[in-house]
Design a protein around this ligand. Sequence first.
Ligand code: NAD
Ligand code: PRE
Length: 355
Amino acid sequence: MKKILIIGLGLIGGSIALGIKRAHPHYEIWGYDRPEVQTIALEQTIIDHAAPNLCSAEQADIILIALPLEATLETLRELAELELKEQVLITDTGSTKQSIIQLAQELFESKKIIFVGGHPMAGSHKSGVRAADVHLFENAYYVLTEENVALRDLLKGLGAKFIIVNPKEHDQVTGQVSHFPHVLASSLVLQAEEYAVTHPLVRQLGAGGFRDMTRIAEADSTMWTGILLSNPDVIIERIETFKEQLDALSVKIKAQDEKGLKHFFDEGKSIRQNMEIHRGAIPNFYDLFVAIPDEKGVVLRILALLQDFSITNIKINEENREDTHGQLQISFKTETDLERAYQIIQLATDFEVRA
Ligand SMILES: NC(=O)c1ccc[n+]([C@@H]2O[C@H](COP(=O)([O-])OP(=O)(O)OC[C@H]3O[C@@H](n4cnc5c(N)ncnc54)[C@H](O)[C@@H]3O)[C@@H](O)[C@H]2O)c1
Ligand SMILES: O=C(O)C(=O)C[C@]1(C(=O)O)C=C[C@@H](O)C=C1
């Protein structure tokens, strides 16, 4: 029986573990993370066993690293010090590839260890093991830095589309379609908050456009700081190019260049309508968490309040506290439904509710 070690059981590592189990229920999945994370992963049967330490890697046939980038580099160095199995396959999930591949080549090239860089092009603004979702990668691209049949087989349960991309090109492309958009989302929120000092309604009147453009500003700051520091040249170049584009647009606006402005929007619309993002990963679900007391019928009482809603998933996350049974996690397809449900439960109950 293959022994799989997943290092990092958060959103990506947890979701990948669920995907592996879907296609390979007989594989033995070990997980390494902080103890409290391992506990949740065991409780939710995301993993079969909690690895007591990194030395468990010496028994693994495949090692998948799903850590923040800096921790990924540090863990590769630690793995290189261990007596790993011959021909062990190691892969990562980092949002940049060049620095990871360079270190992996330095550490493992002279050893009988196979390292293949990986990067699932799907995720969420949410983090942590509780955000893990077996559906997360369905129809999304999964980048591999080189072909590897064993890795494709391991991950086939994710339902992703594999694509081979070299590390340099990967970092340039993701710099444009992932890293820079996160810079823009946070910049837009910060700009709006600065403007709200003199125009307070900015904090209230934002609608779907502002919401859609800024969802990813809620992503984990440590992760994104690591990504920007790992891909600086590409991201700085994308920022400078974007500044030039905005300057050119200002000229059109000042000149009242109606034809030029219409072309600007028509071209953007046409390009986006033809992009593959419409067929990518499933839409992000919006989760509501309700702290529920350990009383009979409390879950049904809450769901009765939401009987008109399209609910995509319901989970009860057990808590070991005396005063509460746990958290009821309810997933909605739209943020509007999430917000309406939040209001309804808040008005009808005294339960603690958070998104
Ligand atoms: N979030 C996304 O949308 C997304 C998408 C694709 C790829 N990625 C990449 O996947 C990787 C993981 O991201 P994530 O979103 O799952 O983050 P996450 O914060 O949800 O999970 C990271 C997990 O790693 C654990 N961890 C951190 N340092 C550790 C260490 N030294 N030893 C053991 N465990 C440690 C944390 O406790 C946490 O459970 C990152 O490299 C990220 O760039 C993220
Ligand atoms: O779906 C989201 O919220 C994401 O941000 C996922 C996303 C991205 O689209 O930029 C984030 C980081 C990754 O490395 C890959 C995908």
